[in-house]
Design a protein around this ligand. Sequence first.
Ligand code: GCB
Length: 588
Amino acid sequence: LAENALAALHDEGYGSAYDTRSLNHQTMIFTGGRPVRSLDGDWNFCVDLLDTGLRQKWFAMQPETPVNRIEPWDYDPYMGETVPVPSNWQILQDKWYFFEGGSWYTRAVDLDPDPDGRLFLRVGAASYDCKVFLNGKFLGNHLGASTPFFVELTDHAQPGRNWLMLFVDNRRQADRVPMQNTDWFNYGGVYREVSLFETPKTVIRDLVLSLAPDSYDRISVRVEVEGADHAHLDIKGLIQIDIPLVDGVGTIEVEASPQLWSPENPHLYDVTLTAGADEVRDRVGFRQIQRRGTDILLNGKPIWLRGIAVHEDDRELGKVTNEADLIRRFDHARDLNCNFMRLAHYPHHERAAQLADERGILIWAEIPVYWAIDFANPATRADAENQLAELIRRDRNRASVVIWSIGNENADTDARLAFMSGLAAQARAMDPTRLIAAACLVNHQTLRIEDRLADHLDIIGINEYYGWYDEDFDDLERIGRNSNPDRPVVISETGADADITAEGPSEGLFSEAYQAEIYRKQTSTLARLGYVKGMSPWILYDFRTERRQGIYQRGWNRKGLIAADKVTRKAAFDILAEFYARHAQGQG
Ligand code: GCB
């Protein structure tokens, strides 16, 4: 061991030394169009239930052959079992299925660093706390299971062989976002792509493009660059312009009347930004999303959101997303006649919104401020704010993303109001071009939509399960009559479980017929409520969850319109598809 092993073993203060929370949205760089070196593939792997590796400093062990080692060792990062990255360990071996804790990922990275360049590591997502070590040195840690993070390696990389280690810890904790209790599976591991980006000394950190507020003939541009005093923007076929930078930042509005992006015409422009020797690219659509009274306006016209909610979950792959899975998902949304999708309950893979841009599907994107997180805890708030910032910075050039949702079913306490109104203000400050929503609660005594957070939102999301958790279906009618919201309501969830396996019932709760009946009743009732401006029923596919262990659930939430095989459609699928088809026609 590089340091005295016995002393390390007795070092119970090991945790805080690696808990700097230093990797956050400020370490992000803009990656669109950059040459990428993938670090995906086999990494050495070890689960570490006792955090032994942090105590014994496994990350500082020298790569040696066993015969040359002079001390006994409890784990050798350079030998033994491997796993593929990206992956979730639960899916790889039965013995890891319910494992929650830390695990070590190690791989060699051979480098030939350019003395005039810079080097950045990007981890697409690691659940939940990821500590990064290069050549035995701790470089920082990141919190949050679903957003990307960056580490600049420039001053730490050496020519030739380098060793990269990640310690990834998915333990559920009260102060995390989400906390211990959810209704989706707590997948662990490095489950999105890991990449290296080489840049010149000048680095484009950010590029933000949109129509200027309330305008169709002005585009606002914001760029952030390290090491240049101007940048050049080319939106192909639209504008070419030099942008002066002051302290690395340039903010301008340019006259331009782009073809508008919409579900009917998802037009995208090729964009190139150069600064010094650095260059990035993107494909960007331009549109306006606004609210007026209880209406949602897309490009100035009222729109009704025909949606479906989805989790990022796969029977064989866990949370790992691939192109085929996403294409199938969007094909299913098309078959449902959707124009809208809720990416619940955390930031999905960035490719989802890129595909939505191409396919013309409006997106509700969300952070996992879910149920009773620790609203009074400043560390929890900082974590939520950072996840929101990372999501916004990653996806704010996606025209498809029209809603930032800042939470789901959180009780209306003072602490929650302070926390979440703060998130709403942050989202608006970072991005004035989108609508802010949250899945709010209804008051079950007064049977009214009532939530103090609503004043801070553009869209009131309501998750309602009349006919399922709320037995009296007619209460939905009562809520409809009793409420008089001053802004649009989107039914962000509704639905019922249906187990269509051989073990499932043929009638009553959990049957396919019962689920279909709920969809019939829900759609006909909701269609009559004037202030309801869309819905995203729960959910496209059955998904894995620890909390569901009933005889018909067996480890799965079975509210999918399609079973966990992502092929077999339940009867409710066609009912929703027909409702949406009629709705689309009604709108002309
Ligand atoms: C909800 C939650 C969602 C659950 C769903 C259910 O209200 O927002 O995460 O999975 O209900 O199936 O109970």
